[in-house]
Design a protein around this ligand. Structure first.
Ligand SMILES: [Zn+2]
Length: 113
């Protein structure tokens, strides 16, 4: 495998991740109704909203389980269709079910062991 060019910007991002304070919480949609995945607050705090990404993935994978005959393109299309019609309350409920149902496995260590 050819050596990959180091990503200078990625190194800067990782250094910054070590500096900022990170908070995980549900962030309501903005005034335009857009989903907010995270935000940088000027006082050195990064807020991450894991809910939309998790809920999108839950819908996607459950569609694979429900409709095994569907290909990836169809699953993606219907995932998007269902996801974008969710209310904030439905998103919270699905995330709550996910949290109760998910069996957490240990995160992989940086050296892959
Ligand atoms: Zn898929």
């Amino acid at each position: 495998m050819p050596a990959r060019k180091p990503q200078k910007l990625l190194l800067e991002i990782l250094a910054k991740l070590g500096e900022v304070r990170v908070k995980e919480r549900f962030i309501p949609g903005d005034a335009a109704g857009e989903i907010v995945y995270g935000q940088y607050l000027s006082d050195g705090i990064v807020e991450i909203n894991p809910v939309p990404a998790v809920v999108d993935t839950v819908i996607h994978e459950c569609l694979h389980a429900l409709r095994p005959e569907w290909g990836e393109t169809t699953v993606k299309r219907f995932t998007s269709r269902v996801f974008h019609r969710l209310t904030e309350e439905e998103m919270r409920v699905i995330y709550g079910i996910y949290l109760r149902r998910a069996k957490k496995v240990r995160a992989p260590s940086a050296n892959g062991s």
